[in-house]
Design a protein around this ligand. Sequence first.
Ligand SMILES: NC(=O)c1ccc[n+]([C@@H]2O[C@H](COP(=O)([O-])OP(=O)(O)OC[C@H]3O[C@@H](n4cnc5c(N)ncnc54)[C@H](O)[C@@H]3O)[C@@H](O)[C@H]2O)c1
Length: 276
Amino acid sequence: MGNLDGKVAFITGVARGQGRSHAVTLAAEGAAIIGVDICEDIPSNGYPMASRDELDETVALVEAAGGKMVAAVADVRDFHALKAALDAGVEQFGRLDIVLANAGIATMAFRELTIEEDLEMWTDVLDVNLVGSFHTAKAAIPHLIEGGRGGSIVFTSSTAGLRGFGGLQGGGLGYAASKHGIVGLMRTLSNALAPHSIRVNTVHPTAVNTMMAINPAMTAFLENYPDGGVHLQNPMPVSMLEPQDISATISYLVSDAGRYVTGVTLPVDAGFTNKL
Ligand SMILES: NC(=O)c1ccc[n+]([C@@H]2O[C@H](COP(=O)([O-])OP(=O)(O)OC[C@H]3O[C@@H](n4cnc5c(N)ncnc54)[C@H](O)[C@@H]3O)[C@@H](O)[C@H]2O)c1
């Protein structure tokens, strides 16, 4: 018996990193997983997206944990492709209970950019992180309401969704703006969906040990941040969390233990957003 027996979860950006960890964690607790990933690079982004092989590996890990998963390649910027993938999964598993809008990019750079590059980074990060989160919710909400059993939506924001850092270039500014925007989306949906017992929350991780945080473009960006990035350190003695640390919080939020938690911006950040 798991906490999530009989439930179905939709997760974006599921091929690696936090999305994969959430899929395996929720599957181990009994949920069936519908997962999508872009599996194709985004040219303005300074590091690669996940591959089709990695998406297949997530499916294998979910199955090894005793779960079931339907996976599809879909870009969260393409509403109709995303909806088609979700609808097919709901058709197969018969219901939807949990939605994790996790897919995201961080187009940070530390180099001279042309104005065209700078504008493209802003646009791409807003499109993936904020428009993609809206698309995810928009595709999922009719299924949740139709089910009549309530539900839980969790948007993955960031400490950059609660605090102002990211520098002067379009990528960093766009990342912070998109992650703050997700909070507005969450708060409004939380009010609108409460009568249906559908809960909506954001999680705000500090740095997590995934490709997004450890690629050379991000390393260069952080090393060249004012004061060498010292004020980007966590108060607790940990430089990076592991994906499982975020999965554990999400697992609580989507379970019955969190059944009256909604409208909350929940940091998982080793004290980062609370520090002086
Ligand atoms: N890693 C960190 O330090 C950190 C900190 C705070 C918040 N976050 C957030 O956590 C979430 C997960 O990121 P991660 O750390 O696992 O990084 P990651 O780069 O390992 O994983 C992101 C996944 O999203 C997929 N993806 C990207 N764009 C997509 C699109 N348009 N459509 C579908 N899939 C797409 C990628 O292929 C990848 O599999 C993101 O929203 C990110 O902003 C990360």
